[in-house]
Design a protein around this ligand. Sequence first.
Ligand code: SF4
Length: 318
Amino acid sequence: MVLREKMNAKMGDAELVAGIQRLKQEKDIVVLAHFYVQDEIQDVADYIGDSYQLAKLAKTTPQQTICFCGVNFMGESAKILSPGKRVIMPDIKAGCPMADMITTDEIERVKAQYDDLAVVAYVNTTAETKAHSDVCVTSSNCLEIVRSLPQKNIYFIPDINLGSYIKSQVPEKNVILHDGFCCVHHKIRVPAVQEMIEANPDYKVLVHPEAQAEVVALGDVVGSTKVLLDEVKKNDAPGYIVCTEVGILHQMQKAAPGKEFLVPTRTQTCRSMKRNTLQKLYDAMDTMTPEVKMDEELMQQALRPLEKMMELSLNLVR
Ligand code: SF4
């Protein structure tokens, strides 16, 4: 073990936090953290958000180094949108199992079957997948973007649950589904949610559309992590039944202290997100590694659907 590792290994959380704050200044680093990472990382981050919010922030923050606490497709998106900046991650091997469920061969096979087809990729995809897609979407803008596309046939990848939600809301399109899923949201079961609703009829049910359709149907509010957090900020219910990854509870509890937050399933934890630790964050900032490195051509190709999403989102706002 090198001397620095030996010294760092002995640091407690308070020292790590102080060290992270110092390194931000010394090395001109901004720390971005996804809502699903551990509480102590959210507390030390400069910005907390969903993957799309953070990718946009990566582009606009003045710091020349971004330390992205999330899973690796998020680091890739930050790099694609800000190619001139250095992007480092506490754990570059933290991958998203759902993003890995689709292959480019599958995409090309479906493309070959239709003349009038748009490949719509959830932002939770690898750069390779994005490079084979026409437009990206988030759980916040997917309905509007799919509605606005000229193509009749939509191949939505990779999340079958979000895809089914789109299919139900946009019946005028022929939405072809892939069978990927987020193992965290997919495991939330209807009986567990119903039991909580029966015991707490005044509580609001907040559901992320990556959950299965039967769970989505029970939601008072269905939307991205940001939408669900914004709902809690209204503070107009005695409690909430939260059907998404438990990391978001940290910000929800801050937004509505004293309210009760219930989680229907014990497995609502993303192990990949939890690979990010304070120690790894400190080490990444200290050594400026591991760094997200990508092939120039791949970055260019993956940028297209991200830019298309931004262009269409702007048109929707107008
Ligand atoms: S919560 Fe689901 S979609 Fe998000 S990184 Fe984990 S496995 Fe992937």
